[in-house]
Design a protein around this ligand. Structure first.
Ligand SMILES: Cc1cc2nc3c(=O)[nH]c(=O)nc-3n(C[C@H](O)[C@H](O)[C@H](O)COP(=O)(O)OP(=O)(O)OC[C@H]3O[C@@H](n4cnc5c(N)ncnc54)[C@H](O)[C@@H]3O)c2cc1C
Length: 388
């Protein structure tokens, strides 16, 4: 019997499995899809290490970017890590100074560029569609490479992976004894849920309440293309974050348990990233639908994403590509939920990251240390029970 079962093989579950195994625990990772379909297969992979605004997030950002810079060496496989510009675009009518001021409390302050300067940094930008941009030193990795490299490194350390859908948690008295899956039952001393946007539903099926939520995210993925997008491009006023904050206060929490609710209208944050093999991902449309299985009309969505992206990056908005959809987990205070749930001391959550590319690895390492005898103050602060 393994010490730990980790449910979910996206970047959070893999980071955690790898760190637990490295810390001397035996881990069984259970992922439902051999070819990932969750947000780790659609995310841009931007590493916002500049974005910390508190003492704790500054410590974690430092640890996170240091890990990412050395990760290819550590894992023995290339994660396609690189440093690049991030350009956060400003709308034509935006109050540039006011938006700039909102970012000056970040660990690294941005440079304010006018439209012409932004265009010099990223020639695909449409100077008519923006009034300028905030430029940050950013970093990027290919999440597909991370998933592959981390899976192999985890298995090399003795970790086991099985591909099966967890249907239920097995409960005996006040303890979780394991999980029931499409491939049979598995027992472990500890279970950790890293199921991304499905974490809430999975816990709820066993009567467990956690303040973890999800958006439906949509983006378009192209084949490798001739054009070259030098920078990662995102909007300076990210609608997704305000939408997350507006739908998750204690009052609204109960609405998430009513199927079929749309808690806010959809919103689009026009952005794009190009990968080393020259394929591009662009999007992102976000919806707050309480049904994780809600059916979305891809035709209308794709047209809306293209229209938005074309205003900022006209040539990108025209690229042929495939519409894709996934769920993205988030919390009410943009910090992840890490640790045991109130109901069972051996059932843990490690999910709800807003910037998992920065925070997942250092927090996985701290969590592994914490549960193997080196108490960690930051892990204690991130307990899912902080909202009770
Ligand atoms: C368009 C887009 C752009 C983004 N850009 C960035 C960015 O630049 N930087 C950044 O840091 N983040 C970004 N994100 C967010 C980031 O990609 C996600 O937060 C991250 O990938 C989440 O990882 P995860 O492991 O929590 O979830 P997931 O990748 O969704 O993994 C959860 C896994 O759990 C599995 N699972 C669920 N239920 C079960 C079950 N019952 N049994 C077995 N397995 C189960 C799923 O199959 C899935 O593989 C972006 C997201 C999107 C959609």
């Amino acid at each position: 019997m393994p010490d730990w079962i980790v449910i979910g093989g996206g970047i959070t579950g893999l980071a955690l499995s790898y760190e637990l195994q490295k810390a001397g625990c035996s881990v069984l990772l259970i992922e439902q899809h051999q070819q990932l379909q969750g947000s780790s297969s659609l995310g841009y992979g931007g590493i916002s290490y500049w974005g910390a605004t508190t003492a704790i997030t500054r410590i974690l950002s430092e640890e996170g970017i240091t890990r990412q810079r050395n990760l290819s060496n550590e894992l023995g496989m290339d994660t396609e890590f690189r440093e690049l510009d991030l350009l956060l675009t400003l709308e034509p009518e935006a109050d540039s100074q006011a938006i700039f001021a909102q970012y000056t409390h970040c660990a690294i302050a941005p440079t304010l560029l006018d439209a012409k300067e932004a265009h010099e940094r990223e020639p695909l930008l449409n100077t008519q569609g923006i009034s300028g941009a905030l430029q940050f030193p950013h970093a990027h990795l290919n999440l597909d490479c991370f998933v592959e490299a981390c899976t192999i490194a985890f298995q090399r350390l003795g970790g086991k992976v099985i591909y099966a859908k967890v249907e239920n948690l097995l409960i005996s008295g006040d303890r979780i004894t394991g999980v029931s899956t499409t491939e049979g039952n598995f027992q472990a001393a500890q279970v950790c849920v890293c199921a991304g946007g499905m974490s809430r539903t999975l816990l709820k099926a066993s009567g467990i309440n956690a303040r973890i939520y999800f958006t439906h995210a949509e983006a378009i993925e192209t084949e490798p293309v001739d054009l070259e997008l030098r920078a990662m491009v995102m909007p300076a006023s990210t609608k997704r974050y305000s939408l997350e904050a507006a739908t998750t206060d204690a009052e609204k929490d109960r609405l998430w348990d009513i199927k079929g609710q749309e808690l806010l209208p959809p919103s689009i944050d026009a952005g794009a990233i190009q990968f080393r093999d020259r394929h591009v991902r662009f999007g992102q449309l976000s919806r707050v639908l309480t049904d994780p299985y809600a059916v979305i009309d891809p035709v209308e969505s794709e047209a809306n994403i293209r229209a938005s992206v074309s205003q900022i990056l006209p040539k990108v908005g025209e690229l042929k590509g495939k519409w894709r959809h996934c769920l993205v987990a988030f919390s009410n205070d943009s910090l992840p939920l890490i640790g045991a749930v109130k109901e069972y001391e051996n059932l843990h959550l490690f999910s709800g990251f807003t910037s998992p590319t920065v925070y997942a690895l250092p927090l996985a390492q701290r969590f592994a240390a914490h549960v193997t005898g080196k108490p960690d103050e930051i892990i204690q602060l991130l307990s899912p029970n902080r909202f009770l």
